[in-house]
Ligand binder design. Structure first.
Ligand code: UGA
Length: 435
């Protein structure tokens, strides 16, 4: 099928490349010329495992193109809107102006056989509102939320655990769903479950899923606070409660908490939208989820300062990890960088290292010192803080690391190292939620 993808960020670039790999003819549209040039050359503009291969394959096979010329959407039957919905500055609400602009930019090129599929995460009610904007074109509008995780985006797009179609009532909705079935035929043939709902349910599925994940993380981090107060070990607690398959062990990794471009802003946008709908009490608990999450960053700083006998002043602190999670170069609302900055403002001499995210991190916090090489970053450190659990840091050898640093103090912000092994090697090992 002929497809257009509007917005080539983390979501759109992967979606475009993945749809081309299924045999469709795809044109990706973005206003950022540098991004278009990179994608056209087969170079992902951000770190995402597997995306480079898909881009190159798409280019070689000829089914994948990127351009800033929006009129190219004219050739497509199905249009995916994949632009961002960031948090509005100074507000909880999501900024949907890019989504609105994308829909408006399509208007001149749509016909009654066109299908416009929103994938961006939007406040409930957006699809209905935008369907009215496109009403005169005769095009069908549907909402198909995306559940991909950064770092696993290619696999999550090609092998999702479910497909959700939010459609208009009646024939229009059936026609749109049939078109999307055509796009996702290979994925459906794999046995992927598909649910067809109304617009509002589809929009809420996405926000509810992210809110649940955030709640799970903050729940275990709240338990970590109790473990700290009582001398218990949150990792053992998580293992034990996670063995009950009604609870499940996934997303119960206590530590520095969640960041990134999705979970934090999605729970805030959900609260804002619920307020507009007069249902703010229903999700008032998300404010606490947010607060628990933010408290972990402060607690991390307190533990590190304590491990350094009460002061960061003049101390060299090496921070392992800048990205909001491993296998990503995304630093939006990165807990690791938030901690780095807090320590720097308290007089610590902070060095941050990361396998992929240094460039993005430097752009956001130019005042911090960044070193790409792990060995160089560790050399001379008075304390080491593991804040993003890249494989390289999980596999650090305590003896080799000890030969580099000035002080054998390690704070494990992600609970991924073995305390016994590190303490046996002479380290002061501290962690969140563990004795
Ligand atoms: C999240 C959701 O997991 C995706 O399903 C969703 O599609 C996406 O948001 C989105 O809305 O676009 P993502 O932001 O890529 O995906 O990252 P996650 O893997 O969910 O991790 C989020 C944060 O939670 C990270 O900072 C991670 O370190 C933290 N986390 C995760 C924990 O602190 N503990 C855990 O047990 C799991």
């Amino acid at each position: 099928m002929r497809i257009s993808v509007i917005g080539c960020g983390y979501l759109g670039a992967v979606h475009a490349a993945a749809m081309a790999s299924l045999g469709h003819e795809v044109v990706g549209i973005d206003v950022d010329e540098d991004k278009i040039a990179a994608l056209t050359a087969g170079r992902p503009p951000f770190f995402e495992p597997g995306l480079g291969d898909l881009l190159i394959r798409g280019r070689e096979q000829g089914g994948l193109e990127f351009t800033s010329d929006v009129s190219r959407v004219r050739e497509a039957e199905v249009h995916f809107v994949c632009v961002g919905t960031p948090q509005k500055p100074g507000e909880f609400a999501a900024d949907v102006t890019y989504v609105d602009a994308a829909f408006e930019s399509l208007v001149p090129y749509l016909t009654s056989s066109s299908v416009v599929v929103g994938k961006s995460t939007v406040p409930v009610g957006t699809a209905q509102r935008l369907a009215a904007v496109l009403a005169d074109t005769g095009a069908s509008v549907m909402w198909n939320p995306e559940f991909l995780r950064e770092g696993h985006a290619v696999d999550d797009t090609l092998h999702p655990n479910r497909l959700v179609y939010g459609v208009a009532p009646g024939e229009d909705g059936q026609r749109a769903a049939a078109a999307l079935d055509g796009v996702y035929r290979a994925i459906l043939e794999d046995g992927t479950p598909r649910m067809v709902t109304d617009y509002a349910t589809a929009e809420l599925v996405k926000t509810a899923a992210n809110s649940f994940l955030a709640t799970k993380i903050s729940f275990i981090n709240a338990m970590a606070e109790l473990c700290e107060a009582s001398g218990a070990d949150v990792t053992l607690l998580a293992d034990a409660i996670g063995m009950d398959d009604r609870i499940g062990r996934k997303f119960l990794n206590a530590g520095l908490g969640f960041g990134g471009g999705c979970l934090p802003k999605d729970i805030r946008a959900f609260m804002a939208r619920a307020g507009e709908l007069g249902a703010d009490q229903a999700v008032a608990f998300l404010k606490e989820i947010d607060s628990i999450n933010m408290r972990r960053r402060v607690r991390m700083v307190d533990i590190a300062r304590d491990a350094l006998h009460g002061s960061f002043i003049g101390k060299r602190i090496t921070i392992l990890g800048a990205a909001f999670k491993p296998d990503s170069d995304d630093v939006r609302d990165s807990p690791a960088l938030a901690v780095a900055r807090l320590i720097a403002t308290q007089g610590g001499v902070v060095t941050v290292t990361d396998p992929e995210a240094i460039e993005n991190a430097r752009r956001m916090f130019p005042e911090l010192r960044f070193v790409a090489d792990t060995t160089e970053a560790l050399t001379g450190a008075d304390a080491v803080l593991l804040l993003t659990e890249w494989g390289e840091y999980r596999n650090l050898d305590p003896d080799v690391t000890a030969s580099l640093v000035a002080g054998k103090v390690l704070v494990d912000g992600r609970n991924v190292l073995d305390p016994v092994v590190w303490r046996d090697a002479g380290w002061t090992y501290r962690a969140l939620g563990r004795p």
